[in-house]
Structure formats: structure tokens, C-alpha cells
Design a protein. Structure first.
Length: 201
């Protein structure tokens, strides 16, 4: 191949390469955007405390006693939640038999009768006035022995909001005689509530 032909092919190649560069050359700009995901929280406190067990007690009860217990349940998280009560346990203990108990026919050495004579009212005090009134949410009203093991309240508590929980003894079971009431002398009673705040009802 002579030099003229060789230079001609080389010139055509360079022209083609230059056309290629011109075809693919362009302005460009790249932007990067970072998307951040952050999980919210559900955080239930009892009387402004977290992870605690609150104990209330009443001693020396007698017919006519009306003790009351109040808890403030707050959602200090960032997500609206729904309140339920679960794992409710009632433990009634005999705590020994006195002479009046035996004379009233009490023969049980292990199980007490206090849960059978006490009426309890459990409700959410929506207006925080400390008393049951229209608009409040009644959870249970009856003898302690009839309390269920759980209550699906589905009560909404907004983030940053809260509600008052009240349990009160308001009467001894009506219609029982004084003799039968004697069966509950010296007995002890405990009730445990587990409050659960969840995302969905």
C-alpha cells in the first residue's frame, strides 16, 4: 500500500473519531439526595414514671369503706396509640380464720371472701374530675370476683396526651347479711392491672 492511500485512510479515521467525540460530548450535572427514615415511638407512663409497678393499699376495711385509687396514664411517645388492659389478676387470701369468721360458716383456710363482698367501679375519667360522670368510659362495675382477665378498650391516647384511670370501692355487696360479711374479716385482696399501649386498635 502506498503512502498516499495510507495517509488517506488515517485521515478518514481521525475524522470519524472526531465526529464520535463531538456526538458524545455534553454538559452534565449530578445531584445526590439522601432520604432518612426515622421510626416514631409509643411510650406509656404511669404517674409520670416508666417501667414501674404502682401499688395501692387500703387497710382496716369495713362495710361502708370507700377507698379510691387514681393513676395518670400518659403517652409520651410520638405516635398516637390505643389503650387496653390485660393480664388482670385477683388474689384473695384468707389470712387466718377468726372466731367470727368460723361462726359465720367460713371453713376455707386458703381462699378469702373479700373479693365476693366488695363492689368495685373501674373507669377512665375523661374529664379528670375524680368522679364517674357522663362521657367517662366504664370498664367494670360489680363485685371484684367478677373482673375479667382483660379489657379491649381501644381507647385512643394521642401522642403527648393522657387519661385518668380510677378504681374505687363504693359498697359492700348489697343483700348480704352481717353474718356472711363476717366471713371476710382479716382477709386480704390484691388486684394487678397491666396497661398496654399499641399502635392499632
Amino acid at each position: 500500500m502506498n503512502k498516499k492511500i495510507l495517509f488517506g485512510i488515517l485521515a478518514i479515521g481521525l475524522v470519524a473519531l472526531a465526529v464520535g467525540w463531538g456526538t458524545y460530548s455534553q454538559f452534565s450535572d449530578t445531584e445526590t439526595n439522601q432520604v432518612t427514615f426515622s421510626a416514631g415511638s409509643l411510650d406509656l407512663t404511669i404517674n409520670d414514671y416508666n417501667g414501674v409497678t404502682v401499688n395501692f393499699s387500703a387497710t382496716n376495711l369495713k362495710p361502708g369503706s370507700q377507698p379510691k385509687w387514681k393513676l395518670r396514664l400518659n403517652n409520651i411517645g410520638t405516635i398516637n396509640g390505643y389503650l387496653d388492659i390485660s393480664n388482670i389478676t385477683v388474689v384473695s387470701e384468707e389470712n387466718g380464720l377468726t372466731e367470727p369468721e368460723q361462726e359465720a360458716g367460713d371453713t376455707s383456710a386458703d381462699e378469702g371472701e373479700l373479693d365476693d363482698v366488695l363492689n368495685i367501679r373501674i373507669f377512665l375519667d375523661k374529664d379528670s374530675d375524680g368522679w364517674w360522670s357522663t362521657g367517662d368510659v366504664m370498664i367494670y362495675n360489680g363485685r371484684v370476683s367478677g373482673i375479667a382477665s382483660s379489657y379491649d378498650l381501644n381507647e385512643p391516647i394521642e401522642a403527648g396526651g393522657g387519661v385518668e384511670f380510677i378504681a374505687e370501692i363504693y359498697d359492700w355487696w348489697p343483700g348480704r347479711s352481717a353474718v356472711n360479711d363476717n366471713q371476710a374479716q382479716t382477709d386480704t385482696l390484691s388486684i394487678t392491672f397491666t396497661f398496654m399501649l399499641s399502635q392499632n386498635p
